[in-house]
Design a protein around this ligand. Structure first.
Ligand code: NAD
Length: 261
């Protein structure tokens, strides 16, 4: 069977599929991993759009825009503080840990994440590009400097900087541009990737959704892991329907075993 024929594989066929994927890895491959909210769902953080997600309770137009942090800072922080409280109660899942082990085997491994939960770093990954910022960082709306503050819950909302200005979460709100250095690095990594994973992302948030196209143009092998088909599935070389926290440990074990031989 030619596994490269954009195969949507159900869990029962997983073992031979994972063997076929592991066979494609060579030590000099440049590996780029794009992750979205589904990556952390098993750690206990619901995806925003999914059932029980924060967009059921909050309107992103009201609490997640640059305009909102100026006109409704308390509301913005109420939502963000709730997200921080959720993250604080959760931890990386075995999928995050499995991805971190790749850096021990391959020289070039980069994670490009849309998540703001810091779980890849908590699991041990070093090379992480955060497209949408980090929920644990705050940034001064006047001085434009940012720093980590893990206080949770935040006692007074909105928090105020020592300069007297309102602090904002150091995350990218709707309608805001992404950090240009992070974005430029992500484009470079995707354009030069030999293997790209696309894990737990609905493929509707741009510019992240554009990155697999750049990798494909470079001839990269594209591997999707998601619990359901997405717009990306037909485009991928391998599309595995399964949970990131279950599929990744099995796959990484096979890849590591291959190079231990
Ligand atoms: P999304 O909510 O649009 O899509 C999540 C995708 O993950 C879906 O396609 C879903 O089928 C899949 N999925 C759900 N559970 C999964 C699992 N266990 N294993 C594999 N796949 C699974 O998420 P998005 O495309 O990443 O965009 C939402 C934006 O919201 C992100 O850009 C991110 O900034 C933000 N967000 C971040 C977090 C976080 O930091 N953990 C959580 C929610 C949302």
């Amino acid at each position: 069977m030619d596994w490269r024929l954009s195969t949507l594989i159900m869990t029962k066929d997983l073992e031979p599929l994972l063997d076929s994927i592991a066979e494609q890895f060579k030590l000099d491959r440049r590996i780029v991993i794009l992750t979205g909210a589904g990556m952390s769902e098993e750690g206990g953080i619901p995806t925003f759009r999914g059932k029980g997600g924060l967009w059921e309770k909050y309107d992103p137009e009201v609490v997640a825009t640059a305009e909102a942090i100026i006109s409704r800072p308390k509301q913005v922080w109420e939502m963000h503080d709730e997200l921080r409280q959720i993250i604080a109660k959760c931890k990386p899942n075995p999928g995050h840990v499995a991805l971190a082990t790749l850096e021990n085997v391959f020289k070039h491994v980069i994670i490009i994440t849309q998540n703001v939960d810091n779980f890849h770093q908590d699991a041990g990954s070093i090379n992480v590009l955060e497209l949408h910022g980090n929920a644990w960082r705050v940034s001064c709306t006047q001085e434009h400097r940012s720093w980590e503050d893990r206080t949770v819950p935040i006692t007074e909302l909105p928090p105020i900087c020592s300069c007297g200005s309102i602090l904002r979460p150091d995350v990218v709100f709707f309608g805001e541009p992404l950090d240009e250095h992070v974005l430029s690095s992500a484009f470079t990594e995707a354009s030069t990737a030999n293997i790209m994973f696309v894990i737990g992302t609905s493929y509707v948030v741009y510019p992240a959704a554009y990155l697999p196209t750049l990798a494909k143009n470079n001839g990269a092998l594209l591997i999707e892991i998601n619990i359901e088909p997405t717009l990306f599935s037909e485009f991928a070389d391998f599309s595995i329907m399964g949970k990131a926290g279950e599929v990744l440990p099995s796959l990484m074990k096979k890849i590591q075993t291959k190079f231990e031989k």
